[in-house]
Design a protein around this ligand. Structure first.
Ligand code: RFL
Ligand code: PHB
Length: 392
């Protein structure tokens, strides 16, 4: 098989890039190792920046998002026995939208299958060869047989565990990485959210987050030790711990709504940036290139901003023959990636309680939170990062 742009991975990054290319009249093929049901059910992110919403609308994936997405004007921070609301429109003129990644993937897959270029499910990329030669070739296995996708450009949108990153020779790769001494236990519950906006809480016992998927479905997270087995957390224990952490600092009369838990997973936390984002005619985007801890809600938004830049760059190449925007992609993408990496790191370290934390470090965390509550400038910087920096 031959195409102009070979895309590995049908997560949000690969699907959105394919849609952008298709609308610009550029041939592409998407290879996805899993099946459709699997990628449409994978529970992940939920908070979209304005730029992400705009990008989805621009490719025709905005109808259900506009009907069902929940526009939010702020978040609440609870810490040290107090609560502070960060008002996004007042501080930045922008809002954010709650709409699950599962729904974005469903919307993009439906568009793609209706009139899009080939999207092969169960097609596992094995390796990318020839990136430096100007004729990349993606070797993949589909329906028990090995085949090759020859392309002018290969784009690795295959997530953190994908194969594309490995095509950059080790001697030319630099990896920046940091682990964290805690994980998130996340649940979905069939119960109305207990607050109209997201609540990020730093309780004495650790971090808790109250989020949502719809007016009748809550999404909640708890900081737990690394290596936690979800089986050790029966539903009652989760609700009790969420209640304890979220109630500290809540106003009088606030209660946590409890309901049937329909999903329970543990996710470790990591910051990771792999450079370069380009090797010859191979480009990397989204989780294939970088990972942030979910505290800043940036992973999905970064994946989308990477491919917005790439979509524009391929369009310019197609129209004018110039690779200037493709040449500029790594620098432009990495600027945002590092800002989001710093923000996610700050939010993570400010809101979690690592094991054995010293009294001094605890006071430093609380002092950072108190500064956001006390200073409009500090709150405005926080809000600008949370709602998303503009694309260059
Ligand atoms: P994805 O979504 O991981 O998609 C990659 C796709 O590539 C496929 N793939 C391959 N296909 C062919 N051949 C191969 N060899 C392949 N290897 C992999 C995979 O099956 C998959 O379909 O990456 P993308 O598109 O870059 O999107 C990034 C986002 O998914 C990610 O940043 C966020 O979901 C991160 N993230 C979260 N972000 C938030 O902002 N808030 C969250 O609450 C949140 N929770 C999460 C998360 C990521 C998680 N991961 C990666 C394990 C929870 C989890 C569990
Ligand atoms: C979510 O709704 O899953 C979510 C929201 C905000 C975050 C992380 C996860 O920071």
């Amino acid at each position: 098989m031959r195409t102009t742009v070979g895309i590995i991975g049908a997560g949000p990054a690969g699907l959105l890039l394919a849609r952008q290319l298709h609308l610009a009249g550029i041939d592409c093929v998407v290879l996805e190792s899993r099946d459709r049901a699997h990628i449409e059910a994978r529970q992940r992110a939920g908070m979209l920046e304005q730029g992400t919403v705009d990008a989805l609308r621009a490719v025709g994936a905005g109808a259900r998002l506009d009907a069902e997405g929940l526009e939010h004007h702020g978040i609440e921070l609870r810490f040290d026995g107090t609560s502070h609301r960060v008002d996004f429109p007042a501080l930045t003129g922008r809002t954010v939208t709650v709409y699950a990644q599962t729904e974005i993937v469903k919307d993009l897959v439906a568009l793609h299958l209706a009139d899009g270029p080939p999207l092969l499910f169960g097609a596992e990329a094995l390796a990318v060869a020839g990136a430096e030669s100007g004729k990349p070739a993606i070797r993949y296995r589909h329906q028990g047989r090995e085949a090759t996708l020859e392309c002018d450009w290969a784009v690795g949108c295959d997530g953190f565990h994908g194969v594309a990153r490995a095509a950059v020779p080790a001697a030319q790769r630099t990896t920046y990485e940091r682990g964290y001494p805690f994980s998130w236990l996340g649940i979905l519950a069939d119960v109305a959210p207990s607050s109209p906006e997201l609540v990020y809480a730093r309780g004495a016992g650790g971090f808790a987050l109250l989020s949502m998927r719809s007016p009748t479905v809550s999404r909640l997270y708890l900081q737990v030790p690394n290596g936690t087995d979800p089986a050790d957390w029966p539903d009652e224990r989760i609700w009790d711990e969420l209640d304890a952490r979220l109630s500290e600092g809540a106003g009088p009369g606030w209660t946590l709504n409890r309901g049937p838990v329909t999903a329970k997973t543990v996710t470790p936390m990591r910051s990771f940036v792999g450079e370069p984002l380009r090797h010859g005619r191979l480009l990397l985007a989204g989780d294939a290139a970088h990972i942030v801890p979910p505290t800043g809600a940036k992973g999905l938004n970064l994946a989308v901003s990477d491919v917005r830049l790439l979509g524009r760059a391929f369009e310019a190449l197609h129209r004018t023959g110039s690779t200037a925007l493709l040449d500029a992609y790594p620098r432009a993408a990495l600027h945002r990636v590092w800002q989001a990496t710093r923000f996610s790191y700050d939010m993570t370290t400010m809101l979690h309680v690592p094991p054995g934390q010293s009294d001094f470090d605890r006071r430093m965390e609380l002092t950072r939170l108190h500064r956001i509550a006390a200073s409009r400038d500090a709150a405005a910087e926080f809000a600008a990062q949370y709602t998303g920096l503009p694309l260059p």
